[in-house]
Write a protein of this length. Sequence first.
Length: 196
Amino acid sequence: MSNLSYDEIKEILQKKLNDKRYFHSLCVADEAKRLAEKYGADPEKCYLAGLVHDVTKNASDEEHLQIFKTFGIILTDIEKNAKKLWHAMSGSVYLKCFLNIDDGEIIDAVRYHTTAKADMSLTAKILYLADFTSKDRDYPDVDVIRNLVNISLDDAFIYALQYSINDLVETKRAIHPDTVNAFNQIVLFGGNNGSN
């Protein structure tokens, strides 16, 4: 997965992230590992994905744009106007090119941990939900999603997508097509990987 140890990765994260974001990363890693053990995914893979999912979260706009330029990432109009999504896009590249993480499933999970998408792997779904339910999270409905994630990964996934979509609608922000596709797929066809 990576030729770096967890301690080496944590050292890099501590330099790149503020204290709050670093603590969040540790919490997401723990929750992702817990969910992996519950739902039959690879606990080490999910832990690593959780640990590194926000690696570029505290990067400046200039740093993000430089990564996009260097690696040929073209932003859509929605992405240009939603800087909250940038760290998932730049982070997935950072994992591959700077942390030498060669596991496509981890890279994909980090890439889509903000928007979700159709046909997510079990690892990606777990990361998406661990980010919602980690112990440091405190927002309306967090307890609802925490309860759901202990009963059904897919029911929690639907609820989390609904929560995100409703929040975007209420604040008059564009909804990324990947989020719409993820929601449509799961409500039309249910879980696609036996994760329920």
